[in-house]
Design a protein around this ligand. Structure first.
Ligand code: NDP
Length: 449
């Protein structure tokens, strides 16, 4: 008999979710993690990022309070205090992850695991056999090869900088670049963001992209489009970044948020004969199985939809399939998602551009307005909301929002879209007044066809 029914390499969101669910169905499960239990989401991603978003947003809140009669007095932000509080909480969360694994009956092992063959894993000198092995090793920031790139940081380092920079240049136009631009700008850091193409946030709805860019600029971020970094040099004052337009930007830190790559090197994939795609991701079928029958993979190391809740979903589907006689294929359609820019973005379903490709005819409903709160604060920030409707069956196929609480709303809009709600049903839903969300059920007239 093998040592384990399931052995998981990687203690992040996907690996832990699968391990715990499998153990709850009686499987004998082992899990190895070389870093901190909880993975990217807990230690270098979603959770610390959200803390920084909250922290940086207080500046706006203090400013806004004046419009409501408050005198807040002088406020001052202390970066080390924030970093220490954040780190303390992450340590607590790691403890919870370890406790939950233990209580679930999962054998957690600290170390670096690597496949030896289709049914065994090495951790240092130790060898473990398993009927099934799950690769859940996540991803890692990618940086292009440029002269002086070693002077730059990635999101991994951004959470623990010894001091807050006075000036930062952020390279990239995706989730991470835009979120960190908002964070540093909120802390009062002089923030320049460079994006190599026409408009940030490729893949999202174009209205959302343009309005996000507009709002980011209004809030003080110097977003520069169609420009990239060429080289970085150290100087007496910090770092000098030369752009493709020949400008030289001086900064205290340069953050590259230029994508992430699957962490699949040196974990024995070749030894076990596991195929990878051209990006280095483990190639899997719809049930997360690799080309080797006993080896599966979930989460960012498969480069499907690289989001924590998706990795969890994939992991749980796999455990149900393998250990509960309840076959489940992960559903990657209509995944709600949020980008914690300031203001934040919430979205689910197709962008207008995608819908125009997939549907014969679409109706678009949209609105942009100043939210009630800011009529007294004087802040110029707006809210934008948009519904994309398939004219053939009146179904709402896309909901997009930028504005306060958009992330929270996208979760519930996700339920509506999943349930196949029609525009008529949105219209029949009674509004909650006065809220921003009510606009989603009161946009009666299409703006374009
Ligand atoms: P993204 O893939 O979203 O963005 C990468 C950005 O870097 C793009 O703008 C890309 O440009 C640019 N880029 C890539 N290569 C280069 C290069 N050589 N030079 C200059 N620019 C370059 O990756 P992120 O790192 O922002 O995020 C990784 C993943 O993490 C996301 O896909 C997302 O799934 C997840 N994530 C989710 C969050 C959330 O849910 N809120 C938050 C943060 C991350 P181009 O568009 O032209 O390719």
């Amino acid at each position: 008999m093998a040592d384990f029914d399931l052995f998981v390499i990687g203690g992040g969101s996907g690996g832990v979710a699968c391990a715990r669910r499998a153990a709850s169905h009686g499987a004998r499960v082992g899990l190895v993690e070389e870093g901190s239990m909880g993975g990217t989401c807990v230690h270098r991603g979603c959770i610390p990022k959200k803390f920084l978003v909250y922290a940086s947003h207080f500046r706006h809140d203090f400013e806004d309070a004046a419009g409501y009669g408050w005198s807040v007095g002088e406020s001052r932000f202390d970066w080390p205090t924030m970093v220490a509080a954040k780190s303390k909480e992450l340590a607590r969360l790691e403890g919870i992850y370890r406790r939950l694994l233990k209580e679930s009956g999962v054998t957690a092992i600290d170390g670096r695991g690597a496949l030896l063959d289709a049914n065994s894993v090495a951790i240092g000198e130790e060898r473990y056999s398993a009927d099934t092995i799950l690769i859940a090793t996540g991803g890692w920031p990618f940086m292009p090869e440029l002269p002086g790139i070693e002077l730059a940081i990635t999101s991994n380092e951004a959470f623990d900088l010894p001091r807050l920079p006075g000036r930062i240049v952020i390279v990239g136009g995706g989730y991470i670049a835009c979120e960190f631009a908002g964070i540093f700008n909120g802390f009062g850091v002089e923030t320049v963001q460079l994006y190599r193409s026409d408009m940030i946030l490729r893949g999202f709805d174009m209205d959302i992209r343009e309005i996000c860019c507009d709002e980011m600029r209004k809030s003080g971020i110097d977003v520069r489009l169609n420009v990239n970094a060429v080289k970085l040099e150290k100087n007496a004052d910090g770092i000098a970044l030369t752009t493709t337009q020949g400008d030289v930007l001086e900064a205290d830190q340069v953050l590259f948020a230029t994508g992430r790559v699957p962490s699949t090197a040196a974990i024995g994939l070749n030894e076990a004969g596991v195929e990878r795609n051209h990006k280095g991701a483990v190639s899997v079928d719809s049930g997360s199985r690799s080309n080797i029958a006993s080896i599966y993979a979930v989460g960012d190391c498969t480069d499907r939809v690289n989001l924590t809740p998706v990795a969890i979903h994939e992991g749980r589907c796999l455990a149900e399939t393998l250990f509960n006689d309840n076959p489940q294929i992960p559903d990657h359609r209509n995944i709600p998602t949020a980008i914690f820019t300031q203001p934040e973005i919430g979205t689910v379903g197709m962008s207008e551009e995608d819908a125009r490709t997939h549907c014969a005819a679409v109706d678009i409903y949209k609105t942009r307005f100043r939210p009630l709160k800011h009529t007294l604060t004087g802040r110029g920030e707006t809210v934008f909301m948009k519904l994309v409707v398939d004219r053939a069956d009146d179904r709402v196929v896309g909901c997009h929002m930028i504005g306060s609480a958009a992330s929270e709303l996208s979760q519930l809009l996700g339920v509506a879209i999943k349930a196949g709600a029609t525009k008529a049903q949105f219209d029949e839903t009674v509004a909650v007044h006065p809220t921003t969300a009510e606009e989603f059920v009161t946009m009666y007239e299409p703006v374009g066809a």
